[in-house]
Design a protein around this ligand. Structure first.
Ligand code: PEP
Length: 250
């Protein structure tokens, strides 16, 4: 049975003390969330060690990116070994903001995913179409290509440590959520693309999250869809109450 997960992407928000307080509040409130729902917080790099030290085992720590090299002369970059040493269990990769503003390509994502998995980090791989692509009816093709370009370089065994997040770019931080039907049809398509390469069982076992203006008021309907296994939450993850309420929306 695939795991249901609610992950918070804090993006470039909060100072370290604010992040530590937020993490403590999330952990306190997490007691109310059913055990079968996994909780993850993805903090800025600077917060990982401090937030990691206050997280209970109930909430796991994630980064939002990692370097595409293991070590050396890459000023400003953070390696997978560095992430691991903070207690990090996951890293988000391929978030649309990184694809859009920092030139993250599928080729780079293959390298980063390889390094993360080798280091024992799980990967939350984001895919999703932008508004222009949606309006041109290319959303299935775009998501299929992103999945194939990155994940088809990996094995069924690797897929045990990979979560996919479908995040339509036009729904991120805009207040415009995909309808549950729009999200479900892409999730089902992603699962089919995974099944074509890795077989039905691996596809069945892969957690596929929805992200894009997910909030307490719409989470229930989204999470009720058969192929939506939880959420990657941006803005609403910055309020412990909202984040936990979303996690309790199953
Ligand atoms: C995100 O950036 O991953 C995200 C889903 O953001 P928001 O929830 O704010 O749309």
């Amino acid at each position: 049975m695939r795991k249901k997960i609610v992950a918070g992407n804090w993006k470039m928000n909060t100072t370290v003390p604010e992040g530590v307080e937020l993490a403590k509040a999330v952990c306190e409130k997490a007691a109310a969330v059913p055990e079968n729902i996994g909780l993850i917080v993805a903090t800025p790099f600077t917060h990982l060690a401090s937030v990691g030290s206050v997280l209970t085992g109930r909430v796991e720590l994630s980064a939002q990116n990692c370097a595409d090299h293991t070590s050396g002369a890459y000023t400003g970059e953070i390696s997978v070994a560095m992430l691991k040493s903070t207690g990090c269990k996951w890293t988000i990769l391929g978030h649309s903001e990184r694809r859009q503003y920092y030139g993250e390509t599928d080729e780079k994502l293959v390298e980063k995913t390889k390094l993360a998995l080798e280091a024992g980090l799980g990967v939350i791989l984001c895919v999703g179409e932008n508004l222009e692509e949606r309006e041109a009816g290319k959303h299935f093709d775009v998501c299929t290509a992103q999945i194939k370009n990155v994940l088809y370089n990996f094995t069924a065994e690797d897929m045990k440590n990979i979560i996919v997040a479908y995040e339509p770019v036009w729904a991120i931080g805009t207040g415009k959520t995909a309808t549950s039907a729009q999200a479900e049809e892409i999730h089902a398509c992603i699962r089919k693309v995974l099944a074509d390469k890795f077989g039905a069982q691996v596809a069945e076992d892969t957690t596929i999250l929805y992200g894009g203006s997910c909030k307490p008021s719409n989470a229930k309907e989204l999470f009720a869809q058969p192929d939506i296994d939880g959420g990657l939450i941006g803005g609403a993850a910055l309020k412990a109450d909202d984040f936990i309420q979303i996690a309790m929306s199953y």
